[in-house]
Design a protein around this ligand. Structure first.
Ligand code: 26Q
Length: 811
């Protein structure tokens, strides 16, 4: 922990500003002020960073490396200040200089190197590892362009590149001396020397992987871990020079571009797998660079390669980094000269894998030809793994060819990454109880039967530091006043707040805090969208990726029905509501984009209809991202978690909302089930098909969207409104949404759940009318949210999977 008082801070800051910008503070722009603050904080962090590294290198503690294609970090300044314990000192010092800290914090560009839940989870895990003093580091790609920026223009999503590095990045440090070479293509030369077969990749294309390190600050414990992101560069400029001199200027530039393409952009898909060669290149690129640097570092500090697995744990976030398995094998076999058996044992003991999705279309597989040409040596290793593994299967499942070919790593012309991840690791986990059960019973049942002890559950979590302490400081203060501050280090202590749930004084205070947050959000909505919303209405929020299974359509159809009811009966007695949506659609996902158009068209119509405007309003906020979520969540009354049961692996925003005192309306899907178990049935509003009913439909069929619609007048009316010009002159505008519901028989049972959803929404109104009762529910949600801190999740990973012994000591 650094100790710095206000006056020292002020001096340090002024000095930093002068050094950095060569001018006086008063003449600086706000962005320059932000830059100076960021770089001062990085200086403050530097010493602990080195100390942490030194301790880590000396200690024999296990090092955890979290490999992920995505780290959705968001902004860093506020969290760093909070975790260093100097946010208030800094706020005061800046105040004296007439600078508003929050204004500067808002100028930081989000580091948006992720699509959604999986990427944000990785960022929360880094925060928890550092805060729990676990030596754990992130390994990923430094995309030049993050997740695209979304603008809503004429009600439609328009994508623009996210040039997040344009104004520089004060947090990262380029480490050219730690660069690694990654080899693509070419052939494998096989030679025998002294009775050993040696494999050498020749005629390959070398790519330089250059790491950029970002400090991950632990909460008041002097621990600074590292997020290392790799950037692709040409190996040397010599190539350019020689071709320039041969007059091949354009060719040289094209080469440079093709190399840099590897870390150019994050793929903006979160569920549909596409076999793009560049994505496979990205995967091998960062995995190979990461592993080479880990092994190099391990040996440099005296590690014996035979004991690698006792000191290193590598976790792969979904199948995207699965090439870590054959790459580690390659290093152990070809560079360290170990036997196949030893290499395989070490690799299996080192690697563990998390599955994040059960959508079959998201399972990654690569065409053999593509794989083999790009990664010839890695392919040989995967082939050998597959051969040995299938041999075992043959002995076990005599004659059961179908089963064996289903379980093989290589089959039907593809390399299957999930199968490789399961076979090559020692642990496979799902991210919520239901999800893990589905993996075991259905999706991966053959593997579960083969390796029962590999399978385990680790219910997701969220950083309560970012999602409560930082983003809702008033609520944090109320908790501290009532139950003390022990919950900050021990989030389960939030349970002590339960008894205050029945205290009308506390209920009132909770309501005041919520209202204050809602006022702030209302202001933001007005500034960004020009829509006036009533802070006394229920803020009903659905913010997440736009996807058919998440069922934004269900929410929208219900609003359309409510609107029809209000037109018929302007005196309908409902509690006023503001419906808030935000979320991005994958650029090629037509249905999701059409859903955005629908929501915006409904918003446009309703918001301009004076007859209903004191009752309902709809807002679709542009460019959903971490920093926007931090503003919306503390201002939410009702959290919409309405995915088709069995489809949402876990969900994590559900946890953020409950921790901030929102009531959840939910299906019994993902972690919603565990939330219900924590708060009790009376403090959450559940509706919809059960797991068994959904699986029944999938297995036995018998679902008829038309029948359901034709038997419900409300559904007839709202589905007609999709195509009768009511919301847009162009009757075909929402055709895609319509056809999905009816022509294609409603894969996600929106129509089936409609009635039960509407009943659930009526309950919301009923509960909200008694505001004390409502706040009691909110308080109980807050009190039971501690278990969903990612600190709990990470401790489970550390003890149950990684075998992290203890944590850094005495820093
Ligand atoms: C795969 C191949 C090609 C291109 C992109 C992808 C890709 C990229 C991202 C596939 C999946 C993702 C992300 C998935 C994801 O975010 N899943 C979510 O993970 C959360 C954390 O565990 C869960 O809470 C959510 O339920 C789950 O949907």
């Amino acid at each position: 922990m650094i100790s710095v008082d206000k006056s020292t801070f002020k001096k340090d800051y002024q000095k930093k500003f002068l050094e950095l910008h060569g001018m006086e503070l008063v003449n600086g722009t706000n962005f320059q002020k932000y830059e100076a603050l960021g770089s001062l904080i990085r200086d403050y962090v530097a010493e602990s960073w080195i100390n942490t590294r030194r301790k880590t290198d000396k200690s024999k503690e296990k090092q955890v490396y979290y490999f992920s294609m995505e780290f959705l970090v968001g902004r860093l300044l506020g969290d760093a200040l909070l975790n260093l314990g100097i946010r208030e000192t800094c706020r005061g010092a800046l105040n004296d200089l007439n600078i508003d800290l929050e204004e500067l914090e808002n100028l930081e560009h989000d580091q948006g190197l992720g699509n959604g839940g999986l990427g944000r989870l990785a960022a929360c895990f880094l925060d928890s590892m550092a805060s729990l003093s676990i030596p754990g580091h992130g390994c990923g790609i430094r995309y030049k362009y993050g997740f695209f920026e979304q603008k809503i223009i004429n009600g439609t999503q328009v994508e623009a590149p996210d040039n997040w590095l344009r104004e520089g990045n004060v947090w990262e440090i380029k480490k050219l001396d730690k660069a690694e070479v990654v080899k693509f293509g070419g052939e494998v030369k096989v030679e025998e020397t002294n009775g050993r077969i040696i494999f050498t990749q020749v005629n390959y294309e070398p790519i330089l992987a250059v790491p950029y390190d970002t400090p991950i600050v632990g909460y008041k414990n002097n621990v600074i871990n590292t997020l290392r992101l790799w950037s692709a560069e040409p190996v040397s400029n010599e190539f350019d020079f020689s071709s320039f001199s041969r007059g091949e200027f354009l060719k040289a530039l094209a080469y440079k571009n093709s190399v840099e393409a590897i870390s150019q952009v994050l793929y903006p898909d979160d569920s549909v797998y596409e076999g793009r060669r560049l994505r496979l290149k990205q995967q091998y690129f960062f995995v190979s660079a990461g592993l080479q640097s880990i092994v190099r570092h391990f040996k440099k500090h005296g590690g014996k390669i035979e004991e690698f697995d006792e000191h290193v744990a590598i976790h792969i976030n979904d199948t995207h980094p699965t090439l870590a398995i054959p790459e580690l094998m390659r290093i152990l076999l070809d560079e360290e000269g170990l036997s196949w058996e030893t290499a395989k044992r070490i690799t299996n003991n080192t690697v563990s894998y998390t599955n994040h999705t059960i959508l079959a279309e998201a399972l990654e597989k690569w065409p053999i030809d593509m794989f083999k040409t790009l990664l010839p040596r890695i392919y040989m290793i995967v082939e050998e793994m597959n051969k040995r593994y299938c041999n075992e299967l043959w002995n076990k499942y005599i004659g059961q060819w179908d089963k064996i070919s289903k379980m093989a790593i290589i089959a039907d012309g593809y390399v299957r990454m999930a199968n490789l991840a399961i076979v090559g690791s020692h642990s496979v986990n799902g991210v919520a109880k239901l999800h893990t059960e589905i993996l075991k019973k259905q999706e991966m049942s053959d593997f579960y039967y083969l390796y029962p002890s590999k399978f385990n559950n680790k219910t997701n979590g969220i950083s309560h530091r970012r999602w409560l302490l930082k983003s809702n400081s008033d609520l944090k203060n109320l908790l501290c006043e009532t139950i003390g501050d022990s919950f900050i280090k021990h989030p389960m202590d939030m349970e002590m707040f339960h008894k205050y749930a029945y205290d009308s004084n506390i209920q009132k205070k909770l309501n005041d805090i919520k209202l204050k947050n809602k006022n702030k959000l209302a202001k933001l909505i007005y500034e960004t969208k020009g829509i006036v919303v009533d802070p006394n209405s229920i803020f009903d929020v659905q913010i997440k990726r736009i996807h058919a299974y998440k069922r934004q359509t269900l929410n929208c159809l219900r609003i359309m029905d409510l609107y029809r009811q209000l037109i018929e009966n302007p005196n309908l007695d409902i509690v006023p509501r503001t419906f808030i949506f935000a979320g991005k659609a994958a650029p090629a996902y037509y249905l999701a984009k059409n859903t955005i158009e629908l929501i915006n068209a409904v918003a446009e119509k309703i918001n301009n209809d004076k007859r209903v405007n004191d009752k309902i309003k709809i807002v679709f906020l542009d460019n959903y991202r971490v920093s926007l979520a931090e503003k919306i969540i503390p201002a939410t009354d009702l959290s919409e978690q309405i995915s088709t049961t069995t489809k949402e692996a876990s969900g994590t925003s559900n946890m953020k909302f409950m921790m901030n005192g929102a009531v959840t309306i939910a299906t019994l899907d993902g972690a919603n089930i565990e939330i219900k178990d924590e708060v009790g049935e009376e403090n959450i509003i559940i509706f919809g098909l059960t797991e068994r009913e959904v699986l029944n439909y999938y297995q036995k069929g018998g679902y008829s969207a038309w029948d359901i619609r034709n038997n419900d007048n409300r559904l007839i009316r709202v589905t007609d409104d999709l195509i009768n010009g009511f919301y847009n002159n162009d009757k075909n505008r929402f055709r895609s949404v319509y056809e999905n519901l009816l022509t294609y028989n409603d894969e996600f049972f929106v129509l089936k759940d409609f009635d039960s959803y509407l009943n659930a929404q009526n309950k919301v109104d009923k509960y909200y009318r008694d505001i004390n009762q409502w706040q009691q529910m909110c308080a109980i949600n807050i009190a039971h949210s501690g278990i969903f801190s990612s600190d709990r999740t990470i401790l489970e990973y550390a003890t149950g999977i990684w075998g992290s012994t203890v944590l850094y000591k005495n820093l």
